[in-house]
Design a protein around this ligand. Structure first.
Ligand code: C2E
Ligand code: MG
Ligand code: MG
Length: 694
């Protein structure tokens, strides 16, 4: 772009002064005018490519210093050349403006040639590309026109730990109980509004500011002030390191939000215990619940959203990088959400790595939120991809408890948990219905166990050598009085989640043992049964003794009851699985790896744990064409198992082709719909009598 096309903005409430400068520059550049800071911000928001600003200091609505501070807080305008128009070079304000980031000064009466020269000099200077953090303070910077305004305070933190105020905005003074007229007097008197912070709160305030100055990391915290009328106030505020600094001083910008403004005599004293989260400084769970409730009640006609988010496998970060790094990530995440809701809503840390926010639907910028989270991940400097999942509940039922709303957001979040590509989910009607259906299952489960509604189905397992069933797998079916037969796919993972699986598995093992004993009593040939052992049970300390007691009760040996475990147990906790499997094998049990190849750790598991039987699910393999890749993999796995001395079972066998392939590959046993589906005991016995020949 050649110089002639550059955009220059003149901000001054004095029209004569504006037109004077405009006439000097308009032959060379595009010149625009604004009568105060509010107008200037609106212009700059629409014209971020503005190349230079002339700015008066004293203006109504928003003066030059506040405008300057707001611009310097925005990554977009951090480097924008700003010439302050000043009455005299003697003015104290000039020094302040310089420290706040003014580029140059022009003194009245203007010498036009000088002004033009200054403009040209600044316009040709190369400007650094600003690194724009999404979710940065931009929303706040331009939010002046909104009903919710925030006070600004620029604090100078010295190395010796002392603080002073370099600048405070009129809104901040108003929060402290001063009128606009008193503001000017305060500024003129060089007043330091830090005196409004009561003595017993000052140290924690100083620590928070000190931390921001030192770590240069944004932080959200509460600030306690005593207003001029002696009323105590709590302001939620966000602190960021400000752009200008030298060796001994650091400037920290605090933005005090009026949204959560409250008097301590009133609701604040009703808050139980601690109000803030100690680590991140934002609201803790209780405070968030209260402030979100208040927000919803205060704006009964507006629509709101409530969201929660957390970090995927946060535990891993703590394990790999240490808790200090983990903590610092939490602090940054807290600050980014505080920034996102500033002036728009409330946020808090619900616990561990779970955060929540609540804001007006029209203010909610999902893309901005996700972008902010990605930005954080990209800029952590860790060789680790931070994956954050969000659940969003559009507040439909306003009367519901905030905790319930968080649950709904969590439910939505749980549907994308672990998904690398999907980072958010909304709570909606189908989800609600699915969750209600789940709830019904959970309501009915105990009764079902008591009334014997969980029944044992058996699916034969054939030997390819002997061409007959050599064992069977016990599979549960739920005979529901209204819904009919429910397949385990609908309830097992739910029961694992609420640990009811402990009861169900024991029950199923007992049914299997009872059947084995019954066969023996009827003089039938022994037929070992495999039972499924959920990973939850695998890690129970009394698993071995429980199983042994069960076998004893029915006078059986461990060789009759085989245990199927899945490799997800290995993923959860390899060490513990190694210990558990050693104990079980010592007690004489044979261990089967179920669904081999469906997880991520198959080969690790084989390497680390001696196991007896490998179950391969044909459904995980895809098309088994001759000489296909799937066929090669299958052959390879069977060979590995054989060389480790393991027996191989292929399950999910549905076609004759699969059967013949498995036979030629040397697979030992097969299980699948081709031979028989899982069936109730009486059918199973009938089936054994009339067994099909392979
Ligand atoms: P699993 O242990 O891998 O069981 C094999 C599943 O594959 C069974 O599903 C069986 O019906 C199905 N199957 C067998 N052959 C074929 C076939 O040729 N084609 C197809 N499409 N499917 C076949 P089911 O009974 O629905 O059980 C699903 C899963 O639920 C089981 O997978 C097991 O992980 C779990 N489960 C079942 N019963 C219990 C139990 O009592 N306790 C525990 N913890 N889990 C159980
Ligand atoms: Mg199984
Ligand atoms: Mg299986």
């Amino acid at each position: 772009m050649d110089n002639k096309e550059k955009k220059i903005l003149i901000v001054d409430d004095d029209e004569t002064s504006r037109s004077l400068i405009r006439q000097t520059l308009c032959d060379y550049h595009h010149v625009y005018e604004a009568a105060d800071g509010v107008e200037a911000l609106a212009f700059l928001q629409r014209n971020p490519d503005t190349a230079l600003v002339f700015m008066d200091i004293l203006m109504p609505r928003m003066d030059g210093l506040e405008l300057l501070v707001r611009l310097r807080l925005s990554p977009k305008f951090r480097e924008l050349p700003i010439i302050m128009l000043s009455a005299s070079s003697e003015d104290d304000v000039n020094q302040k403006a310089t420290r706040l980031g003014a580029t140059r000064f022009a003194y009245k009466p203007y010498r036009m040639a000088l002004l033009l020269q200054m403009a040209e000099d600044l316009l040709v200077l190369p400007r650094k590309e600003a690194d724009i953090a999404p979710g940065s303070l931009d929303a706040f910077i331009f939010s002046r026109s909104q009903a919710i305004d925030s006070g600004i305070l620029i604090i100078e933190a010295r190395e010796d730990g002392t603080l002073s105020t370099l600048y405070f905005s009129p809104t901040y003074a108003m929060l402290c109980g001063y009128t606009a007229r008193e503001y000017n007097a305060l500024v003129a008197a060089g007043s330091d509004l830090l005196t409004t912070i009561p003595g017993d709160h000052y140290d924690s305030f100083r620590m928070s500011v000190g931390m921001i100055a030192e770590e240069k990391m944004p932080m959200a915290f509460y600030m306690h002030v005593q207003r001029q009328d002696r009323q105590a106030l709590t302001l939620s505020c966000l602190g960021e390191h400000y752009m200008v600094e030298d060796d001994e001083h650091s400037l920290v910008c605090l933005i005090a939000d009026t949204q959560e403004l409250e008097t301590e005599r009133g609701s604040a004293s009703d808050l139980p215990g601690e109000r803030l989260d100690r680590l991140t400084g934002i609201s803790n769970r209780d405070t968030f619940f209260l402030s979100a409730r208040r927000l919803l009640d205060e704006y009964p006609d507006d629509k709101f959203v409530l969201g929660t988010f957390d970090i995927d496998r946060f535990k891993v970060i703590n394990d790999v990088y240490g808790t200090q790094v983990g903590d610092s990530i939490l602090v940054q995440l807290a600050a980014s959400v505080a920034r996102e809701v500033l002036g728009k809503g409330v946020c808090g840390r619900l616990g561990a790595d779970v955060f929540a926010f609540c804001m007006r639907e029209e203010d909610f910028d999902l893309e901005g939120l996700l972008q902010g989270q990605r930005f954080l991940s990209d800029n952590l400097g860790l060789a680790y991809n931070l994956v954050i999942h969000n659940g969003i509940y559009p507040v439909i039922e306003r009367e519901a408890e905030i905790a319930t709303m968080c649950d709904r957001a969590n439910m939505a979040r749980s549907t994308v948990k672990g998904d690398f590509n999907k980072r958010y989910a909304y709570y909606d009607e189908p989800m609600r219905e699915a969750i209600l259906a789940e709830q019904e299952i959970l309501n009915d489960m105990q009764k079902a166990l008591e009334t014997g509604a969980f029944v044992l189905y058996l699916q034969p397992i054939y030997s390819l050598n002997f061409e007959k069933p050599v064992s069977a797998e016990a599979l549960v079916r739920w005979k529901h009085p209204e819904k009919g037969i429910i397949e385990p796919g609908k309830f097992i993972s739910l029961f694992e989640h609420n640990r009811f699986i402990t009861n169900l598995d024991h029950y199923m093992w007992e049914l299997a043992c009872r059947y084995l004993a019954d066969r023996r009593e009827r003089g039938l040939a022994p037929l070992p049964i495999s039972v499924n052992v959920s990973r939850i049970n695998l890690f129970q300390p009394d698993l071995v003794s429980d199983l042994m007691a069960l076998l004893q009760k029915y006078d059986l040996t461990p060789s009759m009851l085989r245990l199927e475990i899945t490799e997800t147990a290995y993923m959860d906790d390899p060490e513990q699985l190694i210990t558990a499997s050693e104990k079980l094998r010592k007690a004489g049990f044979k261990l089967h790896v179920d669904d081999f190849g469906s997880g991520y750790s198959s080969l690790h598991m084989l390497k680390d744990i001696p196991l007896d039987v490998l179950k391969l699910d044909m459904r995980f393999l895809g098309d088994l064409e001759p000489s296909s890749r799937a066929a090669t993999v299958l052959l390879g796995v069977i060979r590995i198992a054989q060389s480790l001395g393991m027996v191989t079972v292929a399950e999910g066998v549905e076609t004759r082709f699969q059967l013949e392939f498995l036979r030629s590959a040397g697979c030992d046993n097969i299980q699948g719909f081709l031979l028989a589906k899982p069936m109730p005991i009486d059918e199973f016995e009938f089936f054994l009598d009339s067994c099909p020949i392979l």
